[in-house]
Design a protein around this ligand. Structure first.
Ligand code: A3P
Length: 291
């Protein structure tokens, strides 16, 4: 099916007609943040589910039940996806949410209440690679089709959730950066224990070294894959074709080298250099080709 069948246009980007229903978008637009809320923000395929495992474990002081007793999307709901069962006002403090939306799309209360934000970024070539497999398996996404065409759509932001470049630039240029923790998927892969410790510090949740160790162990790819509340095995087969891809697919950096041709990677670099020329942030990928 095509974009016209599966997507609609909302504030300058495609969204999914089945996921982003009018009622959900209305509740996001009117959402009232609390100052002690925690918002996990990502472009799709950058490590959202991973952070949805880490943050509840940190808040609960390492209690495994925080991630084994409720599904990932229930314990950390999407701001923009309608979940009729989620009574936001009843959630215990601190409430944790996630979003793929851009900075300039945040509802007014976000700028008043100033909740904590954890922004995760990932090498866009690996994002593209993960997104391709995800789009093949998720029936609510447009099939990626020929790779060169999908790459062009991705680089132009004509995919569900819009442009990776606009998303990352908006959040990196946020006015109130001191309440945002920026962390990359690559840092988390390189040193998960240190990442967990830094996230706990940012969340002002002091934890003993052994609790940090325990959380780190629980959040390793191989262990998270065993957690049926987090590995997306609960997605109904009408929404996800498990034969095509698993949600927790590879969990590595640099898989783009198995996905992109040399010409596609070079083209990606050219577009990246142009679109990111004014960005001063030092990414773990100094240039996407070096990862
Ligand atoms: P791959 O498709 O490259 O494997 P999101 O949750 O934002 O949709 O991101 C999904 C990506 O994060 C997938 O990447 C998935 O495998 C990876 N991921 C999820 N949990 C992970 C973990 N514990 N360790 C490493 N990668 C993880």
């Amino acid at each position: 099916m095509t974009e016209a069948d599966l997507y609609f246009w909302y504030k300058g980007m495609y969204l999914s007609s089945s996921l982003h229903v009018a009622e959900g978008l209305k509740s996001y637009e009117e959402f009232i943040f609390h100052p002690d809320d925690i918002l996990i923000v990502t472009y799709p395929k950058s490590g959202t589910s991973w952070m949805k495992e880490i943050v509840p474990l940190i808040i609960s002081g390492g209690d495994p039940a925080s991630v084994t007793s409720s599904l990932s999307w229930e314990r950390v709901p999407w701001l923009e996806v309608n979940q009729t069962h989620a009574d936001y006002s009843q959630r215990p403090s601190p409430r944790v949410y996630c979003t793929h939306f851009q900075y300039n799309m945040m509802p007014p209360s976000f700028f008043e209440a100033k909740p904590k934000v954890i922004y995760i970024m990932r090498n866009p070539k690996d994002v593209f690679t993960s997104y391709s497999h995800y789009s093949e398996a998720a029936t609510y996404m447009v099939d990626p089709g020929p790779q060169t065409e999908f790459l062009q759509k991705f680089l132009e932001g004509k995919v569900c959730h819009g442009s990776w470049f606009d998303q990352i630039k908006g959040w990196l240029n946020a006015e109130d950066k001191d309440r945002i923790m920026y962390i990359s998927y690559e840092e988390m892969i390189t040193d998960l224990k240190d990442s967990v410790a830094r996230i706990a510090q940012y969340l002002e949740k002091p934890l003993d070294a052994e609790v940090i160790e325990k959380i780190t162990e629980q959040c390793l790819f191989k262990n998270m894959k065993q957690n049926n509340m987090s590995n997306y095995s609960a997605i109904p087969s009408e929404s996800w074709d498990k034969k095509k891809a698993e949600f927790l697919r590879k969990g590595v950096t640099g898989d783009w080298k198995n996905q992109l041709t040399v010409a596609e990677a070079e083209y990606f670099d050219t577009v990246y250099s142009f679109k990111m020329k004014d960005v001063k942030y030092t990414f773990p990928w100094s240039h996407p080709n070096t990862q």
